[in-house]
Design a protein around this ligand. Structure first.
Ligand SMILES: Cc1ncc(COP(=O)(O)O)c(C=O)c1O
Length: 391
């Protein structure tokens, strides 16, 4: 097959005239900051995920940090999984906490409840449970022995039915390559009214929104109520209408986009079964995290790159990063083995079936060139057995 001139991205946002029209409407309305579009988006999002309240913020990272600050979770220990993005390791540090990193389940790659149990400390005040690549973390199993605060990291599970309902609070991401992207953005969802009001206020330095004062939502007097009081320490991390405009349109396209992602997942699963270990089913397929024999992973990445196919790894374990290494001097027997097999293949709504064919052709070619018969390889036999056992 001819090598393409244009690179195929591993992840990519796709927008169209609907996003452009919504943005035009916002720009021409004269209200660009936090206003009616954010309010509409928050309402629709809360309905979609079955939460009473939703607060749109600038990113999931800011959302997680804000939640810890609002709940005054500080100077303590916070448990989170090693297969995750840097956010979950760093947000505890910002709050003067220790990042207590735990190992993962070899199949789901989500935090291993048994390791959570073993890692609990007297001063553990929170667990950040990540739904890795859209696969739900086993929060039910954690709940059997832990009744403290759980922040459900839903950055990859927008939207998996039931996601965001197992933890005490959920935080979602609309960063540029997520399933419902707007460039950068996030959402906090919860059911507690008092905490909701506190969080809203904390998204802007404790100030009530200008829109609500322009619309006179807090006063009977005519005109713009320019004055406000500040009783609470907050910072600035609210979403603005420009970003919400994109989210509103992306949300309409979400069911179709997710259906497409699952189609990509199904094709890779079925048609590459003799080359890769398929990941567990994901409703969102935020990342298609295949596994290959570790000795081939990096060579396959380079080989596909030479065919103009970008891949990635989700994720290198967090305990390997200097910023948290010293506080996690222990063994990670599962993650240390499993992560070396991970390779994320292209999966996004900007692809078509020909693109999937193209990726699969070159994956197969790689293994053919390596003259490696994976079906009979010990590795495949071993992992095939694990997959069968879990069915
Ligand atoms: C598991 C996880 N949590 C949190 C985040 C942070 O999201 P954001 O970029 O919106 O801050 C990411 C981003 O990729 C993520 O993968």
């Amino acid at each position: 097959m001819k090598i393409r001139d244009k690179m195929l991205s591993v992840l990519q946002p796709v927008g169209g005239k609907e996003e452009v029209e919504e943005l035009r409407d916002t720009i021409e309305s004269g209200w660009w900051a936090k206003g009616p579009k954010v309010a509409k988006f928050e309402k629709e999002f809360a309905e979609m995920v079955g939460a009473k309240y939703a607060i749109a913020v600038t990113s999931a990272t800011h959302g997680q940090d804000l939640v810890l600050k609002a709940l005054e979770i500080k100077d303590c220990d916070i448990i989170n999984p090693t297969i995750s993005f840097m956010t979950t390791a760093v947000v505890p540090l910002w709050n003067n906490c220790t990042t207590n990193i735990v190992d993962v389940d070899p199949y789901t790659m989500c935090m291993d409840p048994e390791d959570v149990r073993r890692s609990l400390k007297p001063n553990t005040k929170a667990i950040i449970a990540v739904n890795q690549a859209g696969v739900p973390a086993d929060i039910d199993a954690i709940r059997e022995f832990y009744d403290g605060f759980i922040l459900e990291d839903c950055a990859h599970s927008c939207y998996t039915p039931g996601a965001g309902t197992k933890g005490d609070i959920a935080v979602w991401s609309f960063q540029a390559v997520k399933t419902m992207p707007c460039g950068d953005g996030g959402m906090i969802t919860l059911n507690d009214k008092e905490l909701y009001e506190k969080l809203v206020s904390m998204t802007w330095l404790g100030i009530t929104s200008t829109y609500s004062r322009v619309k006179n939502m807090h006063s009977d007097k005519p005109g713009y109520s320019w004055d406000y009081e500040v009783d609470l320490l907050g910072y600035k991390c609210y979403m603005i209408d420009i970003m919400a405009s994109i989210c509103l349109q992306q949300m309409k396209k979400l069911p179709k986009n997710l259906e497409w992602r699952r189609h990509v997942q199904k094709r890779y699963n079925e048609e590459l079964a003799d080359c890769i270990i398929a990941p567990p089913h994901s409703e969102t397929v935020q990342y298609y995290c295949a596994k290959v024999p570790p000795e081939h992973r990096d060579m396959l990445i380079d080989y596909l790159a030479s065919k103009n196919i970008h891949t990635s790894v989700h994720f290198k374990p967090l305990h390997k990063y200097n910023v948290v290494k010293s506080m996690n001097q222990r063994e990670y027997p599962v993650a240390d083995v499993e992560w070396k097999k991970l390779i994320s293949l292209p999966c996004h709504p900007g692809m078509n079936d020909e693109d999937i064919d193209y990726v699969m052709y070159w994956v197969r070619e790689y293994f053919a060139e390596m003259k490696h018969t994976y079906v009979t390889d010990d590795y495949m036999v071993h992992h095939g057995a694990i997959v069968e056992e879990r069915k």
